[in-house]
Design a protein around this ligand. Structure first.
Ligand code: FE
Length: 180
């Protein structure tokens, strides 16, 4: 099966589950990708935005895992899946998008206070605010800036009033950026 069809099928099968903050997984993904497009991000980063939470769709962990004290490691599950089909310019920002939250909490004043309750709850499970060594280490990754951009869109992709382009608008793009 073509990867674009496979991903569209995954969202069709599981994308209507709640992201947990007034939007579904599919709506969250589409809004995130739309923000990336609106800021003229490179194609790979638009796709990373679209697929950053795909780990939630390829695992069977409950959506509210954090409420039960479980760090679902969804970024790792997502990357394991995506690596089979996409380059590092996509998989690294996805892998780092949770770390980017920890990074932004440490480096941008007010960022932590602006997080939703759910996001603040999961932050603790994800390791909390980065310390200085972790910040330096994070900035040494060549994809860290892309991950930070993705995180900004992710944070704004929870708006029940937004009506972004639908998934089919990404079919060709998914095929173009896929490897193999
Ligand atoms: Fe997200």
């Amino acid at each position: 099966m073509l990867i674009a069809d496979e991903i569209i099928g995954l969202f069709a099968a599981k994308g209507n589950s709640q992201y947990g903050e007034d939007v579904t997984q599919l709506e969250h993904a589409l809004q995130c990708a739309q923000h990336a497009r609106n800021e003229s991000a490179p194609d790979e980063l638009v796709v990373a935005a679209l697929l950053h939470d795909i780990g939630h769709l390829v695992t069977d962990l409950p959506e509210d895992a954090a409420d039960h004290g479980i760090d679902d490691r969804h970024e790792e599950m997502g990357v394991r899946y995506l690596r089979q089909h996409f380059p590092e310019t996509i998989t690294e920002p996805v892998r780092l998008h949770v770390e980017a939250k920890r990074y932004l909490c440490a480096t941008v004043s007010g960022y932590l206070d602006g997080l939703s309750d759910a996001s603040r709850k999961s932050l603790e499970l994800q390791g909390g605010v980065m310390n200085a060594d972790e910040v330096t280490q994070f900035e040494s990754n060549p994809h860290y800036a892309a991950a930070v951009r993705l995180r900004g869109w992710d944070d704004r992709a929870k708006d029940p009033e937004l009506h972004p382009a639908d998934l089919d608008a990404y079919r060709d793009l998914l095929g173009q950026v896929a490897i193999g």
